[in-house]
Design a protein around this ligand. Structure first.
Ligand code: GLU
Length: 505
């Protein structure tokens, strides 16, 4: 396979919102395609109409748009191997089912659900396979005339893949090496159902991977058990030559490390497991998303890239471009990756620091406005500059910063008890007189003058600064005191000081 023939695909079934593990699968496919100059195909596997959920496909497409993960071909984009939605390809599959039937590699089975249930009760661990198929109602146990007559009669049937017993089936997996299973453990999977005239996932998936010239199948570990069947199907069709290479990615595990990450873990521990907020059309339940929770798409991408792969260096921050260069599918781990959502928050914090004050200010400005504050953009900018290193999300800024824009209306009781001494009013009155005489009210203008006064009076610096902070902020938090007073300006600083002296006495 030459490099330019690299063609990978992301092939979700639109059965609900995209799980964050699916996002990682798509990301790894994307990185692999980009670094090999290949193509990334977006295919929708919607042959199971019972599980179809309206809005899911749109949700998936929007998620990748937000994340900046682009497809080269597929649903919503087009390409020479379309259509890319399996429901629009139903006319294609029958021919391949018929090929297997005519070559004796598949057979028609009429067993009703009741009959299958009865067998399951009769035989422990019943499996429809070489040992049991001759006891069932199918085209192997009935004459051709009988079979044709039943079909003619309108009886529903399925087409089953006839698995040969006694074979060693090898799946060549880039991450796991040679995975070998005995064909005896596989059952005669249903490939096609007459009831809806549709192929099942397995058949459509293989036929489409073949027709779309997919070179590498990179997908979640949950599909590993299906891989031997897929290998056998490729062989049955005579497509061995073009069989894709497989890479089954490690599972995303619960933060505690045991078991698969689920939506319930997210609900329990307070983090999203979906890229975007999802409104379930049936239950009307709303599930939180990374976008709505205030994550940057770059942070989510960076975070996910490192769940199951690492560069082998200390580097943790990667842009998408850098990931394309550094990523190595062969270095993905076999064992599951613990989902450390606190690490996700850390990444978002790092991306806040990497963004300019301007960028963050533009995100913060609407929040400021929503709180009824009308200030020029440069004021928002200054606050962002002083405070952005303290938050993981832009939305956290308001609680930390509101005092810059709104004077305290009350004073935190605990802080008052601890910080406002009997002499504080006297000291703050003196301080306000000192400040009133300062013409250059910048940090550099205020600081030396105030310090000199504190020293000359032999006051305790802590006493002064704590009371000063309480007066301007209303509690014991915030950045450097002179940063605050410089931002507020002389007039507002003095107003807040006098108010505190008056109120706290
Ligand atoms: N439709 C399958 C899914 O929902 C695709 C699995 C595969 O990539 O083969 O994930």
């Amino acid at each position: 396979m030459t490099e330019n023939n690299v063609r990978v695909r992301f092939a979700p079934s639109p059965t609900g919102p995209l799980h964050i593990g699916g996002v990682r699968t798509a990301l790894y496919n994307y990185l692999f395609a980009r670094q090999n100059g290949g193509k990334f195909v977006f295919r929708i596997e919607d042959t199971d109409s019972n599980r179809f959920v309206p809005g899911a496909e749109e949700y998936i497409a929007e998620s990748f748009k937000w994340l900046g993960i682009k497809f080269d071909e597929g649903v919503g984009i087009g390409g020479e191997y379309g259509p890319y939605r399996q429901s629009e390809r139903r006319h294609i599959y029958k021919e391949y089912v018929d090929q297997l039937l005519s070559e004796g590699k598949a057979y028609i089975a009429f067993d009703t659900p009741q009959e299958l249930e009865a067998k399951r009760n009769e035989i422990e661990n019943f499996q429809y396979d070489a040992h049991t198929r001759m006891q069932m109602r199918n085209s192997l146990t009935m004459s051709k005339q009988e079979t044709d007559a039943l079909i003619e009669d309108g009886q529903q049937y399925v087409v089953r893949f006839k698995i040969e017993p006694g074979l060693d089936v090898h799946v060549n997996d880039i991450i796991r090496g040679d995975v070998c299973v005995k064909s005896n453990i596989l059952d005669d999977k249903v490939l096609y159902k007459s009831a809806d005239e549709l192929p099942t996932y397995h058949l459509a998936n293989i036929v489409d991977d073949h027709l779309m010239k997919i070179s590498h199948v990179i997908r979640g570990e949950e599909w590993l058990p299906s891989a031997p069947l897929h290998v056998l199907l490729y062989k049955a069709f005579g497509w061995e030559e073009s069989m894709p290479q497989f890479a089954h990615l490690p599972l995303l595990l619960k933060p505690e490390g045991k078991g698969k990450l689920s939506k319930r873990d997210g609900d329990r521990l307070g983090f999203p497991v979906f890229p975007l907020e999802w409104h379930d059309p049936k239950t009307e339940e709303v599930s939180s998303g990374y976008r709505e929770s205030g994550y940057f798409p770059e942070a989510v991408v960076n975070f996910l890239a490192l769940l199951g792969w690492n560069p082998g260096t200390e580097q943790e921050l990667f842009s998408l471009e850098e990931l394309v260069k550094a990523f190595d599918i062969a270095k993905c781990s076999k064992s599951g990756a613990k989902f450390d959502y606190q690490k996700g928050m850390w990444f978002n914090h790092e991306y806040i620091l990497r963004k300019t004050d301007d960028e963050i200010a533009h995100l913060f400005a609407p929040i400021v406005a929503n709180n009824g504050v009308d200030v020029p953009m440069e004021r928002v900018n200054t606050v962002v500059h002083l405070m952005k290193d303290r938050v993981s999300f832009v939305k956290e800024l308001w609680d930390l910063c509101s005092f810059f824009f709104i004077a305290p209306t009350k004073y935190d009781e605990k802080t008052v008890k601890k910080r406002w001494k009997e002499y504080s009013a006297q000291q703050m009155t003196e301080l306000s007189q000192i400040l009133a005489d300062i013409t250059d009210f910048s940090v550099e203008g205020q600081e030396p003058i105030v310090m000199k006064w504190v020293e000359s009076k032999e006051y305790k610096l802590g006493d002064i600064m704590n009371a000063f902070r309480l007066a301007l902020v209303g509690e014991g938090k915030g950045p450097g005191m002179f940063d605050i007073s410089a931002f507020l300006g002389k007039e507002e600083t003095l107003r807040r000081l006098h108010k505190a002296i008056e109120t706290l006495g």
